[in-house]
Ligand binder design. Structure first.
Ligand code: ZN
Length: 401
């Protein structure tokens, strides 16, 4: 018996009464309902499925299977039920804006630059077409302008069927060679003509606007991302709101956001350079003080300290200390809520930093390691810093590593 596909016959039919032919339970708890006719477009040819209602129950999705349309409905029906089916008009219009817009944009890139459309996908938020060649930014913009001219000059759109045998003689942009029998043709005044099973307006103006968002290399050609009509408005509203929020945060005008961010970046780089320089000065001062306080013994100087500074300063101070070639330095600080240590040995210091790391592992469960001349890691310790410093001194002076 099959299903009469009203969406192929008339672009304006958004409701009908129909008879239920079959109904089966789906794994997700909804029902697949087959009817003798439907105004709902099922997902296909790149276009998203319509949504709607069946006697008021939500139709969440439609798919075509073996020539019939299966409606995914929240409610169970029985064969013989006469139902009222309605399409969500706004969703249909949004999908149709994308599809008619897609035809015009694809036509523009072919007409202007000989680029063929080899893929089309519509998601909830954007549409993509894949072209068989890479286009420049300027070409992308030129095609966008060309397609919008076709929208704003409100060209007529005709949908009709021909026998597949007649296709060869027609100037079709895209044709499915496998089609036989009656083939549906969508023709737009201005030159666009191709085989298509999707929904279209009777004129191009309701597309409203075609806006390309970006394009990038894809396989041998490029992928063009765009939005049309209501989706374009939504994009503009979202991005405009984000831009204004960002501008307010930067105390800049919306068209001055880029310059304001560049200024912030330059400020940040200057501050970071200043911070590095001050850190190096601080590390040198710590090293000078610790060296002055240290006492030399027969096996060199062993220096340990907890520094109220970041790890970079700790490391730099240890490096500075070890310029005195008999020093074994073990410096600690807290960073990110844990203790971090760095151990370094001067050129003629006989000790091995890996052994110090091993002793810290045994005594404190410390993690980390390194080489003979430098090791670093982290440990957890809940006591007072002065007590930790004392324990570190014991580790070093007892030579228990
Ligand atoms: Zn189409």
């Amino acid at each position: 018996m099959g299903c009469q596909k009203l969406y192929l016959e008339s672009m304006e039919t958004l409701a009908c009464t129909a008879t239920v032919l079959a109904c089966s339970l789906r794994a997700d708890g909804n029902f697949d309902v087959e009817t003798d006719r439907t105004p709902l477009f099922p997902e296909g040819g790149g276009q998203r499925s319509d949504t709607g209602t069946m006697n008021g129950a939500r139709i969440l999705h439609c798919r075509e299977e073996n020539g019939t349309v299966l409606h995914q409905v929240e409610k169970q029906f029985v064969p013989g039920d006469v139902v009222q089916i309605e399409v969500d008009a706004q969703t249909r219009r949004l999908h149709t804006q994308q599809h008619t817009g897609e035809h015009l944009l694809s036509f523009a890139y072919r007409q202007l630059f000989g680029a063929e459309n080899i893929g089309f996908h519509m998601s909830e938020t954007q549409v993509t077409i894949d072209l068989d060649r890479m286009l420049t930014d300027a070409q992308i913009a030129e095609g966008e302008a060309y397609a919008n001219e076709l929208v704003w000059s409100d060209r007529a759109v005709r949908v009709y069927t021909v026998d597949a045998s007649a296709m060869q003689a027609m100037p079709l942009r895209k044709k499915n060679e496998r089609l036989t029998g009656a083939v549906r043709i969508v023709e737009m005044e201005g030159g666009e003509m191709c085989t298509c099973c999707g929904t279209h307006f009777t004129h191009t103006a309701p597309v409203g606007l075609i806006k390309v968002l970006e394009h990038a290399r894809y396989k041998q050609g490029c992928r063009v991302v765009f939005v049309c009509g209501a989706l374009a408005l939504r994009w503009f509203a979202d991005e405009n709101s984000e831009l204004r929020r960002t501008a307010a945060q930067l105390s800049a005008k919306p068209d001055g956001v880029f310059d304001a961010v560049c200024r912030k970046e330059a400020q940040l780089a200057a501050l970071q350079a200043e911070l590095r320089q001050q850190g190096a000065q601080l590390a040198a001062l710590y090293a000078e003080k610790l060296l002055a306080e240290s006492t030399a013994s027969s096996d060199g100087r062993r220096i340990t300290a907890v520094l109220p500074a970041g790890f970079d300063v700790c490391r730099a101070a240890a490096e500075a200390l070890c310029r005195a070639d008999d020093v074994l330095a073990l410096l600690l600080c807290t960073e990110g809520g844990r203790w971090r240590y760095v151990c370094m040995a001067g050129e003629h210091c006989p000790e091995d930093c890996r052994k110090v790391a091993g002793a810290l592992r045994t005594a404190f469960g410390a993690k980390g390691g390194g080489s003979e001349k430098a090791a670093q890691g982290s440990l957890t310790y809940d006591g007072a810093p002065a007590r930790l410093e004392e324990q570190m001194r014991e580790v070093l002076t007892n030579g228990s590593f």
